[in-house]
Write a protein that binds this ligand. Sequence first.
Ligand code: 5GP
Ligand code: ZN
Length: 143
Amino acid sequence: MSHNDCIFCKILDGEIPSAKVYEDEFVYAFLDISQVTKGHTLVIPKTHTKNIYETPPEVARELFARVPKIASGIKDVYKPIGMNLLNNNEEPADQSVFHLHIHVIPRYGDGDGYSSNWTVHTDNYSSEDLQQMAKEIKDTIES
Ligand code: 5GP
Ligand code: ZN
């Protein structure tokens, strides 16, 4: 199902040109126009789904099932020294196109164009805190 005003649905429909990396019945992969690092690729489901929250399990399954092959292809051709997978959900988390996508970002070393910033807060949480938090999440998932 194609959505009006969705850039990625327009790419799927061929209305907007793209540099295709892979395609099958369920999935389309193409070079991200921003090329944060060389070979930066987006993998999207052919079914429009806004983001991870709205994604049915079968769409997630088919989508992620293709990622190892695509990542390995990029690795074989450009010989990156690492690879990051990234999925942004909602604007505060940097989602700018509201059609689910996985970024495949090959890494070439410091200053290659991609960086992420992790602040470790291990000292702020006891093991009891972690158990309690895990229970809250688990109970919600299971309810
Ligand atoms: P987000 O910020 O939602 O995680 O990622 C959206 C990505 O889509 C961005 O990295 C952006 O460069 C890419 N993008 C947006 N419009 C186009 C387009 O028309 N063609 C291609 N190939 N990539 C696009
Ligand atoms: Zn779409």
